[in-house]
Design a protein around this ligand. Structure first.
Ligand SMILES: Nc1ncnc2c1ncn2[C@@H]1O[C@H](COP(=O)(O)OP(=O)(O)OP(=O)(O)O)[C@@H](O)[C@H]1O
Ligand SMILES: [Mg+2]
Length: 258
């Protein structure tokens, strides 16, 4: 045994700990005492988030709501490892965001997070298929695997017949569905959606929310929204109201199902 045994013990110890953090952790996202200050020029600062504490379990369908400027996008960006807190910590799937290297945070985003924005940012020269395939190109998957995953994601959003179209030929609702497929194609554990219905009419807004709710149920994907759209709010299982960078209310819509 000798040294090998010792190393093996450490290996098991480290891996046990690691998997306990990730697998047994009921909180897939944990925000602890997060404060975010933006420099405003000179020695002035603006405090966008003030000592936020929030935990999210796997499979939640939750939203940050509140007036414009209340800090919703700032908090979503910190959870998405696109920004880091000035104080406190955000832990996503066992990873402390501000301690990740550039490479490690890119990897976390590529493997485990999906993003949906108000403007769906499809690449105009590529087809619907290629736009949805894009995140998989960062993941070393075979052509056959990619094709299967892309077609499945397009089916989830009801656009399997539009794979060869260019984004300019799509309606707003269809464009946002492609963006949902692009976010879901790698089956991320967490999807962060910032005002995903802002450019949609009521009918399309309801339709995309229903699709996301179904994906949440079927795949147990955790969804976290930032929104002031009442239509989005009516689908949420949990609403966290931010006011001036603070959590003013955190309510669960008990037993509600849609
Ligand atoms: N990079 C930045 N530099 C300076 N101030 C910023 C920066 N980003 C955001 N802020 C400020 O922080 C506050 C919160 O912004 P945030 O974008 O998080 O609000 P929001 O709740 O998402 O608003 P909206 O509903 O309009 O999208 C705002 O007052 C904003 O001006
Ligand atoms: Mg915002």
């Amino acid at each position: 045994m000798g040294n090998y045994g010792k190393d093996a013990q450490w290996y098991v110890f480290i891996h046990r700990n690691k998997s306990t953090t990730i697998m047994n952790n009921e909180h897939i996202i944990s925000v602890e005492n997060v404060t975010k200050r933006f420099p405003m020029g000179g020695d002035r600062e603006f405090t966008a988030l003030k000592n936020i504490n929030l935990k999210f379990g796997k499979g939640e369908f939750a939203g940050l709501v509140g007036p414009s400027g209340s800090g919703k996008t700032t908090l979503l960006n910190i959870i998405g490892s696109l920004d880091s807190p000035t104080e406190g910590k955000a832990i996503v799937m066992g990873n402390r965001i501000s301690e990740l290297s550039h490479k490690a945070s890119a990897r976390l985003r590529n493997m485990h997070l999906g993003f949906i924005f108000q403007v769906y940012n499809l690449l105009p020269v590529y087809t619907v298929f290629e736009n949805v395939e894009f995140p998989l190109l960062l993941q070393n998957r075979s052509t056959a695997e990619r094709k299967k995953a892309v077609m499945e994601a397009l089916e989830w959003v009801g656009l399997q017949d539009m794979a060869d179209k260019k984004p300019a030929k799509l309606s707003g609702g269809e464009g946002q569905r492609v963006a949902i497929a692009r976010a879901m194609v790698k089956r991320p554990e967490i999807v962060l959606a910032d005002e995903p219905t802002a450019n949609l009419d009521a009918k399309n807004a309801h339709a995309v929310m229903k699709t996301m709710k179904e994906l949440n149920r079927e795949l147990e994907t955790t969804f976290l929204f930032a929104t002031h759209d009442e239509k989005v709010m009516s689908y949420l299982d949990r609403k966290i109201r931010l006011v001036d960078g603070e959590v003013a209310k955190d309510e669960r819509m008990g037993g509600r199902s849609r």
